[in-house]
Design a protein around this ligand. Structure first.
Ligand SMILES: *[C@@H]1O[C@H](CO)[C@@H](O)[C@H](O)[C@H]1NC(C)=O
Ligand SMILES: *[C@@H]1O[C@H](CO)[C@@H](O)[C@H](O)[C@H]1NC(C)=O
Length: 333
């Protein structure tokens, strides 16, 4: 089985200063998702990522990479890139053949899905790390640490068996690792240059407020939406004045199609407590001018209706009934 393992290597990454100056992505990885519906039908998806940003797709019919950025080839020439596509094509083909050939041996029951992630990362302090992990049916199966195949506990005896098989081909593994390790690192370093302008851009977030589904009677779910910002790090809290509200919940950061990010930050409060709350956003693009949105007018009309008018009407009604009964008693002493 040809897989894409990488060694855990520590090599010196020159230029400590440039690290401080440039806070761009520091990792490149490829993801492969192979879906087997039955013994004849399979679908193969591949993608290439700088950190969490997708820069490659994979056309499984043509067996070629889809370039999502003008600089997705990094500093590789057309010929070098075509050569890499060929390696991936061959890998996908052999990997699929291998799975098909051993589905009964490994008791793989259709339908199933295999996910693999492989890549490299620059760490602060100048070290680099590479990784390869594989999962079956959403459960960890195996990973590589240095040049050793480590079966995951979730993978059971099957993973142990596969690792034993792989280890029987040390020379092949070493070659592939070396090739792919070098490829990944050169590629990543090439990207940092080619993509610099785009990776260093600052895009300001837009923010707006809404209510979410009511968490219960008399309660409100306040939602602060923050969208369209880049880079990824952002600080968002529900506040009362300068006081952070403890129950603030953050959604996952979701990607927009234009290479920016989206986040939802919610707070579950009693309806009468909502007034005076605000959503505060800090982001590098705002240069210290935080966005502050006050829980405001359009919703407070509804709030006033339910928290003041409705109870007042009920009170008036009770008073009216009480007076009516009193008058009745006075009429008939
Ligand atoms: C295999 O799965 C595909 C996709 O679900 C389906 O179209 C096809 O008919 C299936 N083939 C067999 C032999 O079950
Ligand atoms: C790409 O750039 C990196 C870093 O500058 C370098 O190490 C590598 O050799 C370059 N690769 C090619 C194919 O030019």
């Amino acid at each position: 089985m040809l897989i894409l393992p990488f060694q855990l290597l520590a090599v010196l990454f020159p230029g400590g200063d440039s690290e401080d100056a440039f806070h761009g992505p520091t990792s490149f990885h490829v993801i492969q998702i192979l879906s087997f519906a039955n013994s004849t039908w399979k679908h193969n998806r591949g993608s290439g990522w700088l950190d969490d940003l997708q820069i490659h797709g994979w056309d499984s019919h043509l067996g070629t990479a889809v370039l999502l950025k003008p600089w997705s080839k990094g500093n590789f020439s057309d010929e070098e890139f075509a050569e890499l596509e060929k390696i991936f094509r061959a890998h996908f083909h052999r990997f699929t053949q291998h799975i098909r050939g051993s589905d009964s041996q490994f008791q793989l029951k259709y339908p199933f899905e295999i996910q693999a992630i492989a890549g490299c990362e620059l760490r602060s302090g100048g070290s680099t790390v590479s990784f390869f992990r594989e999962a079956i049916g959403g459960l960890d199966f195996l990973n590589f640490e240095k040049d050793t195949c480590v079966p995951a506990p979730e993978g059971g005896s099957r993973a142990q068996h596969v690792c034993k098989l792989i280890i029987q081909y040390p020379a092949a593994i070493n070659n592939v690792m070396k090739l792919l390790f070098d490829f990944c690192l050169q590629y990543l370093l090439g990207f940092l240059d080619a993509a610099k302008a785009e990776l260093q851009r600052q895009v300001k977030p837009e923010a707006w407020l809404s209510t979410g589904p009511s968490p219960g009677p008399g309660r409100l779910l306040l939602v602060c939406h923050i969208s369209g910002f880049y880079p990824k790090p952002v600080w968002v809290r529900w506040m009362r004045g300068e006081q952070e509200q403890l129950g603030t919940q953050h959604s996952d950061l979701l990607p927009n199609a234009n290479w920016t990010w989206y986040l939802q930050v919610t707070l579950d409060v009693a309806a009468w407590e909502a007034a005076g709350l605000s959503c505060r956003v800090k982001h590098s693009s705002l240069e210290g001018q935080d966005i502050i949105l006050h829980w405001g007018h359009p919703i407070s009309i509804g709030l006033i209706f339910f928290t003041i008018i409705v109870p007042s009407l009920i009170l008036l009604l009770c008073l009216a009934l009480w007076y009516k009964r009193r008058w009745k008693f006075q009429d008939n002493p």
